[in-house]
Design a protein around this ligand. Structure first.
Ligand SMILES: [Zn+2]
Length: 263
């Protein structure tokens, strides 16, 4: 395990203090320059792609990139300078998606298999993009390893440690504040891109109905704090607040473009 007492302490302090979101954000801005974050993300993405299998279907890959491409312009307004890379990992048993700092997003084929339309996938992608906009992983890794080590990792100097970090990113847990912030970004970007923002809610509710084994996948995906019920109500309020009515689901297109997964 790479867990260090300092990180546990930071998270515990964060959970108890109301000003924590701000201070962590400042920490992220000061400690992790964009250039380092992007270089480190590139190193970690290279590790992930040696550890796991990308889905071989090019049409599926380019479809997911197009879904993300509709959301990305709005994320760039909040955080310019990030080049996003979105890929499908081939594991039909894994219901998960995760963001790697610097702009790398991975979605497992298992998550695509339980989705029913494009709005659900857009909601999940927008949430993960929100973690990158909020610099959540960069902050977390800076708190855990310190900037000197992150800088040398960004230069590719410790492949073994890079590999260990990369293997844990899919199950990384964020603080409640980070999850809320990613939800807020996610709702905003899906609405701005013309999607039905209730896709994310439908996806949450669907996962809640799945059997227990799969529910643990859900906890990996959306880190279960704040509790799902509270989070659903908060997302509903955000949707009302941003005044979304309608929005597209693109169900037919989703079913057609992901058909290779069901063959
Ligand atoms: Zn999240």
């Amino acid at each position: 395990m790479l867990q260090r007492p300092l990180l546990v302490l930071l998270i515990a302090t964060c959970a108890l203090s109301s000003g924590c979101g701000t201070s962590r954000r400042v920490l992220g801005y000061v400690l992790v320059p964009d250039e380092t974050e992007i270089e480190l993300g590139t190193q970690l993405a290279a590790q992930i792609e040696t550890q796991q299998r990308l889905h071989p279907n090019r049409r599926l890959q380019s479809y997911i990139q197009r879904v993300a491409a509709a959301l990305i312009p709005f994320a760039l307004e909040d955080r310019p300078g990030i080049h996003y890379h979105v890929k499908v990992l081939d594991d039909p048993e894994e219901i998960n998606a995760f963001a790697v700092l610097g702009g790398y997003l991975y979605v497992y084929s298992g998550l695509l298999l339980i989705a029913e339309d494009e709005a659900e996938i857009a909601g999940v992608l927008a949430h993960e993009i929100g973690h990158i906009v909020g610099r959540h992983s960069a902050n977390q890794l800076a708190a855990r390893f310190g900037m000197d080590l992150l800088t040398s990792l960004a230069l590719g100097e410790d492949l073994q440690l890079l590999g260990e970090i990369a293997s844990q990113l899919g199950s990384a847990r964020f603080s409640r504040d980070d999850e809320r912030e990613a939800d807020t970004f996610g709702v905003r970007y899906t609405i701005a891109a013309g999607y039905d923002p209730r896709g994310l809610l439908r996806f949450f509710e669907k996962l809640n109905k799945l059997e227990t084994r799969r529910r643990s996948d859900l906890e990996k995906l959306f880190a279960s704090h704040p509790p799902t019920g509270e989070r659903i109500r908060r997302i509903e309020r955000l949707i009302d607040q941003y005044g979304a009515s309608g929005g597209q689901n693109y169900r037919t297109r989703f079913v057609r473009e992901t058909a290779v997964l069901r063959r």
